[in-house]
Design a protein around this ligand. Structure first.
Ligand code: ATP
Length: 287
């Protein structure tokens, strides 16, 4: 198995103060399509947490529930509670949450295609009164972490590669100086080398700048290699959670999510629910 990138000294344990907590959250679209069925999840401050699962498992819904964006897609939290820095999210708008340090990067690397890379980045600071010099120093910080973007700062975002657009989308979110970034499928449709580059940058931002990341990913292999903790969703339920390296070692996770032993190297498509053989590590367990 590929070695984990080096760890800094800061402990990132499940015992650290939670920045985000989901407590038995249920969510539905249009009042009828139940997408989350009691999801409990803890994201410790300063950690990188991977939220894994197949297509339709509920990863995006979980992120949107936490960022307040569910209402925009006809969804709603029907039960349970979400806390950001210990405070309930109830009644707080996505705009307020961004101001308080919680931002989401949506799936599909949304950029403004007719604006340049730098204009896209600048747009991330619009909601913040940080002044010209503040914007400049944020841009410099982002260019330090994404040197590729420095080279293409004047290019129209629509003409840049998929990997570069993903970097722009992440960079724009970082302009808001967030404490917690919810990142939906950063690896989607990208070549392995660029995925590796992006995850290395996320890791550095996490370690050096203290940004907490909750990453929804179908690419369990790369996500578990970089994350501190992971949770696996199936049909709107958390079926396993724990330290990333422990999840990586579990034979059922290897078989169903990491493609170990699969003939074509691809993760299994049809699989029984996880968690039965490891009740001690499932988030669903009582207590
Ligand atoms: P993907 O990687 O395909 O986005 P996911 O794990 O993020 O998968 P969700 O997008 O959260 O899964 O979907 C969870 C369930 O909710 C699925 O059954 C999906 O069809 C449904 N769903 C998602 N968005 C909507 C929507 N806007 N309206 C109705 N149903 C939705």
């Amino acid at each position: 198995m590929t070695p984990k990138p080096e760890n800094a000294a800061i402990p990132r344990t499940p015992e650290a103060t939670p920045i985000l907590e989901l407590k038995a959250v249920e969510a539905a679209y249009d009042d009828i399509i139940i997408a989350l069925r009691g999801v409990s999840l803890v994201v410790p401050e300063g950690s990188m947490v991977a939220l894994l699962g197949a297509n339709g498992a509920g990863k995006s819904t979980t992120l949107k529930a936490a960022s307040g964006l569910l209402g925009a897609v006809h969804g709603a939290i029907t039960r349970g509670e979400i806390l950001f820095r210990g405070q309930s999210l109830k009644g707080r708008s996505p705009r307020e949450l961004v101001r308080e340090g919680l931002v989401q990067v949506l799936e599909g690397r949304h950029c403004f295609p007719h604006l340049t890379v730098e204009e896209n980045l600048r747009s991330g600071a619009l909601a913040h009164r940080i002044g010209r010099s503040g914007v400049r120093s944020e841009l410099d910080r982002i260019y330090t972490y994404f040197p590729r973007l420095t080279q293409i700062r004047r290019a129209l975002a629509g003409y840049t590669s998929g990997g570069e657009q993903q970097m722009v989308a992440i960079g724009r979110a970082l302009m808001a100086r967030p404490r917690l970034v919810l990142l939906d499928e950063p690896s989607m449709g990208l070549a392995p080398l660029i995925v590796e580059e992006i995850f290395r940058i996320l890791r550095s931002l996490n370690r050096e700048q203290g940004v907490t990341f909750l990453l929804a990913e179908q690419n369990a292999r790369v996500a578990l290699r970089f994350a501190d903790l992971g949770s696996i969703l199936e049909n709107g339920r958390v079926v396993a959670s724990g330290r990333a390296e422990e999840l990586e070692r579990r034979s059922d996770v290897q078989a169903f999510y990491l493609g170990v032993g699969a003939k074509d190297g691809a993760p299994g498509r049809h699989h029984p629910r996880l968690g039965h053989r490891h009740p001690a590590t499932t988030a669903d367990r009582p207590g």
